[in-house]
Design a protein around this ligand. Structure first.
Ligand code: NDP
Length: 292
């Protein structure tokens, strides 16, 4: 039976570390690390993510500045806000919650975030640097960074391992593949046009699933002993729950657990790591901006 990688516990430990460091920072500099969140439009999932991020800031002693703009906001207005935040000394990190309304080009808005405040790691230069040897990004994106941190804190070696990433999105699949490559894994990236997907995934020592398809990865797709990191968050109907639904990952947890060497549950795996990494990145941004 697989070792369960307890993302909730690992994320809690990281939050405790950040909280202690934030207290020291405030003591030394008389100011808290500050995160500005920019939420445009009325996507309820995005609003919930931003609420959660701001709440965690509060719990750890960071200051959060919330900006909520209507769906009618123009691209120019969004860029103007980001530029204003870029110039503020009390804002150390800027997070533009994605997705943006369709009429706004997210690349234009993300490119307006200065590299030193790009705590989400989505600036095109930071994304590019992830793939360039010897050019560290100022910040790595939070969910991929959370996946790597889960491996590291579980004592799972990456170098020399065969890693297979399911999904090539700019938010998860592609950056996590680049980060695994930078850590000397041999990486294969799969997507919706990959042929013989199971044949590829069965070669994986480390399998990262980020496709957004409930319980897609089944036991027959996994090599015995494989380390399985499940990024997926999918809501499925469940009549036994009061809410009528529950969250599952991209991996069939019950079926894959007996085969895998280690596995992350959903919920309680990668999910809590994302916010923990955002808090860590904001603290790093603040330290750098005061010259620590
Ligand atoms: P996207 O929809 O942007 O990307 C999905 C990727 O999966 C695409 O590259 C797509 O291929 C690929 N894909 C889709 N179907 C298949 C298939 N049948 N076989 C192989 N590949 C397939 O999703 P995201 O990357 O944004 O998110 C992925 C999952 O991770 C979602 O469940 C999301 O909720 C979750 N997530 C979790 C986070 C967390 O904090 N834990 C944070 C962000 C996301 P193609 O490129 O060919 O279309």
């Amino acid at each position: 039976m697989a070792h369960i990688i307890d993302g909730a516990a690992i994320a809690a430990a990281i939050r405790d570390e950040v909280k202690a460091d934030v207290a020291r920072f405030r003591e030394a500099h008389g100011i808290a690390p500050g995160l500005a969140t920019v939420l445009i439009g009325d996507n309820p999932a995005s609003a919930a993510y931003v609420r959660n991020k701001r709440k965690t800031c509060e719990e750890l002693g960071l200051t959060s500045f919330g900006y909520e703009l209507p769906a009618t906001t123009t691209q120019e207005e969004a860029v103007a806000l980001v530029r204003e935040l870029a110039g503020r000394p009390d804002v150390h990190g800027i997070l533009v919650q994605l997705p943006l309304p369709a009429h706004i080009n997210d690349q234009v808005v993300l490119a307006a975030v200065p590299l030193e405040k790009d705590v989400d790691g989505f600036h095109p230069s930071n994304m590019g640097r992830l793939g360039l040897k010897g050019r560290e990004p100022s910040f790595a994106p939070c969910t991929p960074k959370g996946c790597i941190e889960l491996l590291d804190r579980s004592g799972i070696p990456i170098a020399g391992k065969r890693a297979v990433v399911l999904g090539r999105s700019a938010i998860v699949g592609l950056p996590v593949a680049l980060m695994l490559l930078a850590r000397d894994a041999t990486v294969t990236v799969c997507h919706s046009k990959t042929s013989d997907l199971a044949g590829v995934t069965r070669q994986a020592d480390i399998l990262i699933a980020a496709i957004g398809k409930p319980r897609f990865v089944t036991a027959d797709m996994v090599k015995p002993g494989c380390i399985v990191i499940d990024v997926g968050i999918n809501r499925v109907p469940d009549s036994t729950r009061k809410s009528g639904s529950r969250l599952v990952g991209d991996v069939d947890y019950e079926g894959v657990s007996p085969v895998a060497g280690a596995i992350t549950p959903v919920p309680g795996g990668v999910g809590p790591m994302t916010i923990a990494m955002l808090m860590q990145n904001t603290l790093i941004a603040a330290r750098r901006l005061v010259g620590e």
